[in-house]
Design a protein around this ligand. Structure first.
Ligand SMILES: [Zn+2]
Ligand SMILES: [Zn+2]
Ligand SMILES: [Zn+2]
Length: 662
């Protein structure tokens, strides 16, 4: 998220807040304040009501206040950690239990009833931590409201239950990380359902394993409401998430569940099972025949090759006799998890991810570790589990060489389906390179078409010659093969033809595609596709006016790099104009950068000559004013271009995300 929010009118600026974040707060003077006493606040944040009850002790160091939501107080001597905050009335009561300092507030989700009093915590310099995928609904809430579609409403998810004013955020709670506070360790466990970015916080409190679950479950067998479990018009997507999250929560083996509404309950397994059963029943009633994400099952294609095809993109585990696995692709748990996380998260957010399949591979197929993961191509739906594998399973990431920069530096490009999170690459392979991993041998080739950044990987597995082809082509129902074309993915007229020729030359027995089940390869079908792709190539030349038709296929032949530049106020940033010349003669370009008023680009004009069918680049330095308008954290840049004497205009563009330094 851009760091830009102020908390005007709440007595503390964001800068002040951040400077003091972690300093804690002395609440002693508030402890004696009579219930109902209001603080000096902006009218919109005024507290008009207070909860009826006081603090209830759950165990020696765990307390509960029934406020607009349940506020849990984890106590360590005179210090406290709060789970959710409600109206903030809890600050008036902490003195009663000897607490004089609140170290932090952790929110389970973004709903107003969880955090409507946070302005008060901000004023008291209490650091507020929020789920990573909901941060924009706290510190960028005002922008959310400016942009939330209300007419023509199909995204019906209840993000309308978001605070009206920005809340300063001290830190994000990252899925599967651990939040440490003194001797306490709370696992930040993603439990989407009630909201997309909801987390449960799970850890030992007073010798018991406690789960603070937000509104995932209200009571044994019950949810707070069903309407929060619908994100897209008419769908059961949120029910699918809730069943998934509840099943995973149950596996964590909590002894006490502390919900955000309702009463904490012990021995929760039966109550969670009861709710799972009811939600599964509702899902089946509403959507007969559809498969829940939790019910997806991988299967063995050959003894060592296990395929997961119900995940959004198919994921393949080649499991060696040692128990180590090499994965080809590992994306979202299901279509629901993929599409909803892409469509309903913020512009600056990253696609969410929940771990899947690994437990089944361990239980049924002898998986001991995920040693290596390789993407068939650079698309987010095929690799959004890679950062998780690298961070939490020690997996090494290998890829075809032209994907390295796209994956490590995703801000550089404007291509279809780039995962926003950078992925560090441990090893890369050249076109035609062979390598050995465990008892298996492989050969990698460039396989453009679906995207320039795709490989085909061949290996002999259990006697079968397998081709991992990514999204190059898929079987139609009638036995023929189909391909696809996305111009934004960097396509040239011969891309698809190159790809199918490589596959044909290597005569695979089994094709393992990027979506759907592996299928037996049939030479006649491959030849049929090749003929159609050759026709496609002719069509490009026929229909595109420029005889060098790649100019009409690739919108990025002239482009700014990085496409999403990061700049700091009062500093300079470097960017490049990169050009691919599709002519068979040299191309001479002059280019000027078009920047916002007050910004300065140097040089004013760059000149470059690009070899026939070659690449070239020229650099600009961009000076960003110190006092740039905080209301404009992202601006567009363009390159105005003349090529071989023809004035083409502002045909290349990019954006700059501004970080405000002062
Ligand atoms: Zn809620
Ligand atoms: Zn793809
Ligand atoms: Zn795909």
């Amino acid at each position: 998220m851009p760091q830009r929010t102020t908390s005007r009118g709440r007595g503390v600026t964001r800068r002040d807040f951040l400077r003091n974040a972690g300093a804690g707060v002395v609440v002693a003077e508030l402890a004696d304040a009579s219930p109902g006493k209001t603080q000096a606040t902006p009218a919109s944040a005024a507290v008009r009501f207070t909860p009826q009850s006081g603090l209830t002790q759950i165990s020696s160091n765990l307390y509960l206040l029934r406020d607009t939501c349940n506020v849990y107080v984890l106590k360590d001597g005179s210090r406290a950690l709060l789970i959710d905050f409600g109206s903030g009335h809890v600050l008036n009561l902490l003195g009663q239990i000897g607490v004089s300092r609140v170290d932090a507030i952790l929110h389970t989700h973004h709903h107003r009833d969880q955090c409507q009093g946070d302005w008060r915590a901000a004023a008291e310099r209490i650091p507020i931590h929020v789920p990573q995928h909901e941060q924009y609904l706290f510190d960028d809430a005002e922008n959310f409201w400016r942009n939330r579609r209300i007419f023509e409403l199909y995204i019906v998810k209840n993000d309308f239950f978001t605070v009206a004013q920005d809340i300063p955020v001290a830190g994000a709670l990252r899925d599967y990380d651990t939040y440490r506070w003194g001797d306490h360790e709370l696992l930040i466990y993603p439990t989407p359902g009630h909201t997309l970015g909801s987390v449960s916080l799970i850890g030992a409190v007073d010798g018991k394993k406690v789960a603070f679950t937000g509104d995932l479950i209200q009571a044994p067998g019950k949810v707070v409401n069903l309407y929060e479990l619908q994100y897209y018009y008419g769908s059961t997507d949120g029910v699918d998430y809730a069943v998934y999250s509840l099943t995973r929560l149950r596996e964590q083996g909590p002894e006490i569940v502390c919900p955000s509404h309702g009463e904490p309950f012990t021995s929760p397994a039966a109550g969670i099972d009861d709710l799972i059963g009811k939600l599964k029943g509702w899902y089946a009633l509403y959507d007969p025949g559809s498969t829940l994400t939790i019910d997806a099952r991988p299967y063995a294609v050959t003894p060592h090759l296990v395929a997961s095809y119900q995940t959004t993109s198919s994921s393949y585990a080649l499991i060696s006799d040692s128990g180590k696995a090499l994965f080809v692709d590992y994306g979202a748990a299901s279509g629901n998890f993929c599409s909803t996380f892409i469509n309903y998260t913020a512009v600056h957010d990253r696609m969410g991810f929940v771990e899947h399949t690994l437990d089944q591979l361990k239980a049924r197929y002898g998986l001991k570790s995920v040693d290596v993961a390789m993407p068939s191509h650079m698309h987010d739906d095929h690799l959004n589990g890679f950062p998780h594998l690298a961070r939490h399973h020690g997996t090494k990431i290998w890829c075809y060489e032209n994907m390295v920069d796209v994956l490590q530096n995703p801000r550089g490009y404007n291509l279809g389906c780039i995962l926003g999170e950078p992925i560090k690459i441990d090893r890369s392979f050249r076109n035609g390179e062979t390598f050995k991993w465990e008892e298996f041998e492989f050969q990698v080739f460039h396989s453009p078409g679906h995207t320039e950044y795709q490989m085909v990987l061949f290996s002999t597995i259990d006697g079968a010659r397998v081709a991992f082809t990514g999204d190059a082509f898929f079987p139609r129902g009638d036995g023929t093969l189909r391909h696809n074309l996305i111009f934004r993915n960097w396509v040239e007229n011969d891309s698809h033809v190159k790809s199918i020729r490589t596959v044909l030359e290597h005569e695979p027995n089994i094709v393992a595609p990027g979506h759907g089940k592996p299928f037996l390869s049939n030479k006649a079908d491959l030849e049929g596709l090749k003929a159609r792709l050759e026709d496609q190539q002719k069509y490009f030349f026929d229909v595109i006016a420029d005889p060098d038709c790649n100019f009409g296929l690739n919108p990025s032949w002239a482009r700014l790099y990085p496409y999403q530049l990061q700049v700091k106020t009062g500093s300079n940033a470097e960017l490049e104009l990169r050009v691919r010349n599709y002519r068979s003669k040299p191309m001479r370009l002059e280019a000027a950068l078009v920047v916002p008023p007050g910004w300065k680009a140097s040089p004013e004009v760059v000149e470059l000559t690009v070899d026939p069918n070659g690449n070239a680049s020229a650099g600009f330095s961009l000076a960003v004013p110190e006092n740039w308008d905080r209301q404009k954290p992202r601006v567009a840049l363009a390159a105005d271009i003349r090529a071989d004497g023809h004035y083409l205009g502002q045909i290349a563009e990019g954006v700059a995300d501004v970080q405000f330094v002062s």
